[in-house]
Structures are given as C-alpha cells and as structure tokens.
Design a binder for this molecule. Structure first.
Ligand SMILES: [Zn+2]
Length: 499
C-alpha cells in the first residue's frame, strides 16, 4: 500500500466520523429529541455537516483523488477502490463547480420553501407556495447548469437519482404502462367494490408494534444489525451494513398502514444490511440509486406482501398479536390489501393506481423543465391530469398538487424512481421464478428466507458498485421493460376481480 493510499484512507476515516455524528443527530431529532431541544440539534447538525462538506471539497482531498486517479497509482488499486476513487472524484469535481454563494442561497431557499409548503398545505392554498416553488425551479436550473454543463436539464436531474436513466427510456416504459393499465383500471372500477368496515375499528398501537417485530424478523431484517423507531413518516436510515434503522407510524384506526410500512421499510433495511461489509463507510456501500432501492422495498411490500400466500404461514400469528384480525378471514384481508380505487393521495394508493400518481408527477416535471409551463398554471394542469387518469378532481390543492414535499426541497426528478422500482420488480419476479420456482409455493411453505437470500446474493451484496442497468442486465439478462410488471398486474387483478 502506498503512503498516499494510506493517507487517503485515514482522511476518509476522519470524514466518516462527521458523517456518523450527522446521521446520529438526524436520527435523534426525528425519533427522540423534544420540541424545545430541536433547535440545538439543528445547530449541531449544521456544524458537523458543514465540516463534512468542507472535507469533501477540500484541496487536500482533491489533490489525493487526482493522484490516485493518475496513471501510476490507479492500476495498483483493487477493483473496489478503483470504483470508490472514480466515484469520489466525480462527486468532487461536480460539487466544486457549484459557486459557494449559489450553494448557500440554495440551502436557505430550501429551508424557506419547506416552511412555505407546510403553511400552504395547511391552508390548502397554492399561492402561498408558488413564489417559493418558482425560486426552487430557477435555482435548480442554475445549479444544474454548473454541475452538468451541456446536458439537457431534466435528463440531468433524473440521472442524479437513478444513474443512467433518461427521459427517452422513461417515456417508453411509462407509455407502455399507460396504454395497458388505463383499460385494466377501468374494468376494475366497473366492478362492485363495497367498503369493508372491519379495518377501521380500534387496533391497539402497542399490538401493532408487536406485529411489526414479527413481520420484520419473518422477512429477514436482522435485529442484531437493525433497530426500530417511531416517526411521523416512516423512513430507513443506515450508518453501515451493521447498523440499519427503520421507523413507522401507528394509526389506531388503520392497521394496514403500519403493516405495509413495516414490510416496505424492512425491504429497504434488508438491502442495506446485506451490502458487502467491506464496502462499509465508502462510496461503494449503501445503495444510492433510488429506483433500485425502491425496487427492493416495493418487492417486499407489493410483490410478496400483497400475495395471499405470504400470509398463509403467519395469518394465525397476526390474529394472536392483533385480536381483531381473528374475526377477519384471510380472503377478506387479501381483498382489502389489494383494493384498487381511485384516490387523491399517492402514499395511500393501491399498487396499480399508484402508477398513475407517478406518471402524472413525471409529466408535470417535464412540463416545468421542458415546456416552461408557468408555476401559476400547475394546479390546473395537475387537476386535468388527475381527471384524465383517475376520473377525479381534487377538492383543493392540499389533496392535489400540495400533497408531497419533494418539490419544496428541490427534489425534481425523484418521483419516477418509485415507479422504476416497480418496473424492475416485474423483471426480478420473472428471474426469481426461473431460478427458484413458483413464488406462490415458496411463500405458502414459509420459505421466504430463500427469496431473501436470492435478493441478497443477486442485488444487495453489490451496494452501489453496480448501476441499475447493470443490475438488471446481470439479474434478468435483458433490457429493461415494463411488460413483466403489466403481465403481473393483469394476471393478479383478473383473478381477484373476476374480469
Ligand atoms: Zn421507499
């Protein structure tokens, strides 16, 4: 090992200490710190993340990366370290192109925009948020001009969240989905769908927590390398493969929310716990492709968790832990968790109509960045698309364009990754069937561990070292396509609804 490489690793180690503290502060703020204690946490977090940012953009690091990427040193590195150096150099060059003043303006505007969005949502009044949204759009344009000069802006934004993905590919995939799913959903809506009141009675939140524990260990989330917290919105956070944390929110009159969030976040968590531990605390670890990450949480939540066979080995246990379920048959439960209905809110949508919620947002983002549609016209455009895809019109902006926080913090280009995750899932399901046999049988026999191991070996182990397209090609041996997902929807819902 050269002296330079040793110094570089030592530098990374110091940087990681800041990262570790930031993660810990964030976790504590979200799960434990009292309201009056938040301000001090924000101050500490700002301090440590500025230190961390300074280290990641320092001349010292730049010099080391230049030398390591140079002809003499680079060939001496292992493949993993070649990946890490290349990736860090790319991040470094990118971050360094953003003028400091512009970056500070962005961070400040982001905080103001977040507050304005909350206020606007509370008042169901888009006009409160509109000037801030305009500012976030303008600043995003400006920053992208520095980070990705010469690249079409919306493609540059998509690439940030799902590397290698562009709008030409997404247009093709989403186009196929639209063509096939609109008639499918219309046929489902034409069927009689009575509401089942059994799911809106009281479900003890403490018992829901026990159900969550049971589900997490059932799907393979390891408790010696993972823990659980309670937050307003569920999320997953990780320090390394050895410390992964998931959160949940428990509603007294809706047990399904916490059940499926537990499985969803558990899927994110299983991914992180099973990345090659040698990648811990480096850019090779922790998967940072949002679509690929979402494919794993959604695979557990939808492909497995909304399959009747998933519940056969554990349904009695569910009734033991949460007694109201003793009075609900597995058949009724299965229908309820696959109830397709047109609804306004994305996060409450079923797995089929969810696709339209994302397609709508993707088309809105293209309208903003490609067609320059003025901000004031966006709510009307939203409502028009809602009518087109789901035949409903929001009563106000809170249940329409203001429902998600993503645009308020400038996360333009993020939404499509949710649906890309589902599209990948259709493909992974095909590959898994080919190699392990019928998934229904595996689930019915309680052999979910075999599925988890397959995902661990084929996908999780590689962390960030394989880009989404490389994973698809390695696991599925074919180009990305929406056909398997469409086929999965058609088969499943034709049976459920007797179409
Ligand atoms: Zn997720």
């Amino acid at each position: 090992m050269s002296k330079l490489f040793e110094d570089f690793k030592e530098y990374l180690n110091r940087m990681n200490q800041y990262g570790h503290v930031c993660t810990l502060l964030y976790w504590d703020m979200k799960t434990a710190a009292p309201k009056l204690g938040q301000a001090a946490h924000v101050e500490a977090l700002t301090h440590f993340s500025s230190e961390s940012f300074a280290m990641s953009t320092s001349e010292e690091l730049g010099g080391m990366l230049d030398s390591l990427a140079g002809p003499e040193e680079f060939e001496e590195l292992t493949d993993t370290w070649k990946f890490i150096v290349k990736r860090m150099k790319k991040d470094f060059d990118r971050n360094r192109r953003i003028p400091g003043e512009l970056y500070r303006t962005f961070v400040k505007a982001q905080a103001e925009s977040g507050n304005a969005w909350e206020e606007a949502k509370e008042a169901a009044d888009f006009s409160v948020f509109a000037p801030h949204l305009q500012k976030m759009i303008d600043l995003t344009r400006e920053i992208t001009g520095y980070t990705d000069p010469g690249k079409e802006i919306y493609d540059a934004l998509l690439d940030q969240y799902e590397e290698g993905m562009d709008s030409a590919t997404i247009d093709r995939l989403f186009g196929e989905l639209k063509k096939e799913l609109i008639p499918l959903v219309q046929a489902i809506f034409a069927k009689d769908q009575p509401e089942n009141q059994a799911f809106s009675r009281y479900f003890d939140p403490d018992a829901q927590k026990k159900v969550q524990d049971m589900l997490l260990s059932y799907i393979g989330f390891r408790r010696d390398a993972g823990s659980v917290g309670e937050t307003e919105h569920p999320f997953t956070l990780n320090f390394s493969s050895k410390d992964v944390r998931v959160t949940n929110h428990y509603y007294e009159n809706d047990p399904l929310s916490a059940i499926f969030s537990a499985i969803h976040e558990g899927g994110h968590g299983i991914f992180e716990q099973n990345v090659n531990p040698q990648y811990d605390n480096t850019r090779a670890g922790s998967c940072d492709y949002m679509g690929l990450h979402e494919s794993q949480s959604r695979f557990y939540e939808n492909i497995l968790g909304r399959n009747k066979n998933f519940w056969i080995p554990i349904y009695d246990k569910l009734g033991e832990l949460l007694p109201p379920f003793r009075e609900i048959s597995l058949e009724d439960f299965y229908r309820e968790i696959n109830h397709v209905k047109n609804s306004f809110i994305r996060v409450n949508a079923d797995e089929v109509t969810y696709c339209f919620h994302i397609i709508l947002r993707y088309e809105m983002e293209k309208a903003i960045f490609r067609d320059q549609v003025p901000v004031e016209e966006l709510p009307a455009l939203w409502n028009q698309k809602m009518q087109e895809y789901l035949q409903i019109t929001p009563a106000n902006d809170a249940e329409g364009i203001l429902q998600d926080m993503h645009w308020s913090d400038g996360s333009f280009g993020y939404f499509p990754s949710y649906l890309l995750g589902s599209i990948y899932d259709g493909m992974f399901l095909d590959a898994l069937r080919k190699e392990l046999g019928d998934v229904d049988v595996l689930l019915k026999e309680g052999r979910i561990g075999e599925i988890t191991r397959w995902l661990n070996e084929k996908i999780h182990w590689y962390g960030s070292t394989r880009k989404p397209k490389e994973v698809i090609s390695a696991v599925c041996g074919r180009e990305i396509s929406a056909e398997p997902l469409i086929r999965y929807f058609k088969e499943k819902y034709t049976e459920i609804y007797g179409l």
